[in-house]
Design a protein around this ligand. Structure first.
Ligand SMILES: O=C([O-])CC(=O)C(=O)O
Ligand SMILES: [Mg+2]
Length: 549
């Protein structure tokens, strides 16, 4: 009789001194009944076959569709090739290509994936949630209402791929079981006229509902989520700024929830900034506490990052007030300062009291006024960091920190090759979406990718394993410190500010470790049996919980 389980040789790519090599390992795999697969179907060869099929597609959206179908048909193969080819595949299943997938979602749609909850379900949301087929397994949900997808604006239910993409990274990057994830798109209407007129649009064909109706809906939704899925962590994603702040503050004390754009982006930038500031201060001789950070963009991500960067200064011994004064924000009306007149609530905290002249509008003029050491972009204003701005930053700083963080690539405030040229190779750079490395005067220079994808898998894993009742600021800060500390000596020697994404599982484990400890300190952990584990035992526990494709 045919054995139903056999051991197979598997080729696994590993990184040795920065070079990818193949390691031969062996693994138990179920064997299908004889005759139902081709005579020679070796798994590791099949992975190579899939990668070849992927590479044969000549545009990225075709690649996205291919990978979606592969995930549906053979999810182990999909996750295996994701993990083995992270830097090639993340730009397809995630930013930037996922942005195009969202824009075209109603046209490229093939099969249902995830859960749709619409305003029509108000009053019976629990019933809809109970239709989910894997209720007991549910551990993590990414929830969007599509109101601000990446930098692309209101995409309504076409925002679903962002929730799907983030959860694929939870599985690949942190080893969350695929069956434990629920992508959720809330359909509260859309104000995007193009979609309202598109006959193929998959969502409700009316404008967004009123604020009151939305608030009632969200109250019911979050309550029912906690009843139907008692072990679920919720990640809010790509809600427009006002909603992002409102929902986070309404629910964060009551349910285990965090906002990826405010807190995840904040944590990833804090982490990269800590490493960038060390490099920059080493060149200028100025103390770390002297950094001055100028933000272009004061939406949920901009203010979220600014809040998180206060920790950087506090870690250097500054008071909260001193830390606040190291940060300047710019919105569409220029530098934000008190005497400018009324402004949105979330901008007030960083509004400057030390300037009272006429509005300063141009970025170059603001740079002259502030004299920042770091310029961060969360504005979705393509090319806002132009040649004169970067030359000015380079004149002010031997190694200027320039982080154009807007997504996707085509909304980036500047491109890496430009920043390298205009700063004569001196720039310390991180962007939200990926850019290729550059050769400059015989040296290879590498951009950082300051994307929340480094943070949320590990933050989520730690929160899930500790069974937290809420996600505290200290847990978010711990995720950031865990990431900053995760660089290997080799990565430091290459002047990287973020680790290589290929090491995402190690990075996520390290982040989860810090997050669990922070949760324990805050007393929000319900898995109290983890408290007694030594650091090494806790690390082993985390690794043992990671699902492997
Ligand atoms: O999804 C990404 O690439 C990062 C992010 O959260 C956003 O831009 O909204
Ligand atoms: Mg986002």
């Amino acid at each position: 009789m045919l054995k139903t389980v056999v051991r197979r040789r598997v080729l696994t790519p590993v990184w040795v001194n920065g070079v990818q090599k193949l390691k031969i390992t062996s693994q138990s795999v179920p064997r299908p009944p004889r005759g139902l697969v081709p005579p020679v179907l070796d798994e590791s060869v099949h992975h190579v076959r899939c990668i070849q099929q992927l590479r044969s597609k000549d545009n990225d959206i075709e690649k996205y569709i291919y990978l979606s179908q592969l995930k549906d048909a053979e999810h182990r193969t999909f996750y295996k090739i994701c993990l083995d080819n992270m830097s090639e595949i993340t730009p397809i299943i995630y930013t930037p290509t996922v942005g195009d997938a969202c824009l075209q979602f109603s046209h490229i749609y093939r099969r249902p994936e995830g859960l749709y909850v619409s305003i029509k379900d108000k009053g019976s949301i629990g019933k809809v949630l109970r239709n989910w087929p894997r209720i007991d397994d549910a551990r993590i949900s990414v929830v969007t209402d599509g109101s601000r997808i990446l930098g692309l604006g209101d995409l309504g239910v076409n925002g679903m791929p962002i929730a799907i993409g983030k959860l694929s990274l939870y599985v690949a990057g942190a080893g969350i079981r695929p069956s434990s994830t629920i992508p959720i798109c809330l359909d509260l209407g859309t104000n995007n006229p193009k979609f309202l007129e598109d006959p193929l649009y998959l969502g409700l064909r009316h404008p967004r509902v009123s604020k009151e109706e939305m608030t009632e809906f969200m109250e019911e939704f979050m309550h029912e989520m906690s009843v139907v899925f008692p072990k679920l962590l919720v990640q809010f994603e790509d809600f427009s700024t006002d909603k992002a702040f409102a929902h986070l503050s309404a629910f964060r004390e009551r349910y285990p929830v965090f906002n990826d754009d405010i807190q995840g982006t904040g944590a990833v930038v804090l982490s990269g900034f800590m490493n960038a500031a060390r490099l920059s201060s080493a060149a200028s001789g100025r103390p770390l506490s002297d950094h001055r950070i100028l933000f272009l963009g004061a939406g949920s991500a901009g203010v979220g990052v600014a809040m998180q960067l206060m920790s950087f200064f506090k870690l250097q011994g500054l008071s909260t007030e001193e830390a606040r004064r190291r940060i300047w924000l710019i919105d569409s009306q220029g530098l934000i300062y008190n005497d400018r007149g009324p402004m949105a609530e979330h901008k007030k905290y960083f509004s400057r009291a030390d300037y009272s002249g006429p509005p300063i509008m141009s970025l170059a003029d603001i740079v002259q006024h502030v004299k920042p050491t770091a310029l961060l972009g969360l504005s979705t204003l393509k090319s806002a960091f132009n040649q004169s701005v970067i030359e000015l930053m380079s004149a002010l700083n031997p190694r200027p920190i320039i982080f154009p963080l807007s997504n996707p690539v085509r909304l980036s405030e500047c491109e890496y090759d430009e920043a390298v040229q205009w700063s004569n190779g001196k720039v310390i750079f991180a962007s939200g979406s990926p850019f290729p490395s550059q050769e400059y005067q015989g040296h290879m220079l590498h951009p950082g990718q300051g994307n929340n994808m480094y943070i949320f898998p590990g933050l989520g894993l730690g929160a899930i394993l500790a069974r937290v009742s809420s996600v505290t600021d200290s847990m978010v800060e711990a995720s950031s410190l865990g990431l900053a500390d995760s660089l290997t000596e080799e990565e430091h020697n290459e002047n990287l500010i973020y680790p290589r994404i290929e090491r995402i599982r190690d990075i996520s484990a390290q982040i989860a470790h810090g997050v669990i400890r922070a949760a324990q300190k805050a007393g929000v952990d319900q898995a109290t049996y983890l408290r007694n584990l030594s650091d090494a035992a806790l690390m082993e526990y985390i690794r043992s919980k990671m699902w492997k494709p």
